[in-house]
Design a binder for this molecule. Sequence first.
Ligand code: ATP
Ligand code: MG
Ligand code: MG
Ligand code: MG
Length: 476
Amino acid sequence: MRTAEIRQRWLDYFEGNGHAVVPSASLISPDPSTLFVIAGMVPFIPYMLGEQTPPWPRATSVQKCVRTLDIEEVGKTTRHGTFFQMNGNFSFGDYFKHGAITYAWELVTGSRETGGFGFDPDTIWVTVFHDDDEAAGLWKEIAGLPDERIQRRGWKDNFWSTGARGPSGPCSEIYVDRGPEYGAEGGPVVDEDRYLEIWNLVFMQYERGDGGGKENFPILGDLKQKNIDTGMGLERVAYLLQGVDNLYEIDEVFPVIQGAQELSGKRYGAVHDDDVRMRVVADHVRSALMLMGDGVTPSNEGRGYVLRRLLRRSIRAMRLLGVDDLALPTLLPLSKDAMSPSYPELAANFERISQVAYAEEDTFRRTLAAGTTILDTAVQAAKSTPAPVLTGHQAFQLHDTYGFPIDLTLEMAAEQGVSVDETAFRTLMKEQRDRARADALAKRAGRADTAAYQDLHSTLSSENAKPVQFIGYTDS
Ligand code: ATP
Ligand code: MG
Ligand code: MG
Ligand code: MG
């Protein structure tokens, strides 16, 4: 089943059950304290908090998400993408635990002929919050799950809150057992590779108080309006239903791996480290494409920097695969073609998107050409010492003279087993900033003086026929 079809099945199922279908919001977070939308519920937060009245009691969406936190997991686990799509169903004071569990069970195990995903009920495990007997009871009653496949977990894993006063509540997560060849038995509390988390149901039930962070906070009582917020990883379901081993091998991602194979002449599946690199390339190219589709452009801070890092990491991974030629003109169109069935606007905007990406590859190649030899020399020298570390000064020089961001220096040094004195680097950066600030202040002061002087000068010269009485500098 193609990913686009799984996505449509999701929307059809919930629309058929009275949910309003809401299009994905942009990846750019509506909340200034975060860069990107990280979950399907984010666009609905004002309804969850009761700040706005929702136009419908229940809704469904497939939301584009970016989680930069997961960047280091990419390619190493089977299940983390920097970009992914979260299927969600939401109830604003309408159905609660019984409804949410009933829908989830029906859709996950319902037959493919009648619109379900057709998972074998015997492979499904769930977790509930440790004292949520109600949810555990419902999983038994509705799904007939035996006790051993309903596992209990604590605050960290199975309780949701924003961290401040407001709605909060227990979660229940749904896992699929991929089989004994993928790890140890004993359910998700034992092994999260073998038991793949596909869906998280959040039961917003309590009002929590301030203080205590994410764990030790007061529960003030029941919410007047109880909500349901769920999130299912579309790519995770796709990877199971497509019978592949991980998220990077699904129809929406794998074409870029194929492109990377062709460019490098290396075969996917032959050498583990190369496989990880190809997965990183495929993941990052797709995330960059989706970010550029939503209008993000590369820069040195915020969202633009995340985009820049994704593009640069994919170009560097291609270099490590032995490809020194341009990579994006081959890889980006492959990603666009793979994503267009669900996001036709990508094709319409591709001219703009590709120009941005190709210009970035160009700039980055020049940066690498300028700094790589310097870095390699420094790394080789460091390696001949007992504790191989690049000094803060070396990292600073790479940054200052060759435009190597510290992340790049860290990554390239780490690949050769060399660490970097980051603290010293940060100190040098701070000193440079302080110097620049002092210079700017001095210049501004200087410019103000000259400007005042020039004003006076032009007054004198334009009226040079008349004598001007100099009355001194007044406050401007
Ligand atoms: P994990 O424990 O695997 O990191 P999570 O508990 O952080 O996942 P949730 O915050 O519960 O994930 O998000 C809801 C669903 O979104 C998950 O059940 C999963 O299917 C999917 N999901 C979360 N993070 C990713 C990711 N980085 N890539 C792909 N899908 C994801
Ligand atoms: Mg996670
Ligand atoms: Mg989890
Ligand atoms: Mg989860």
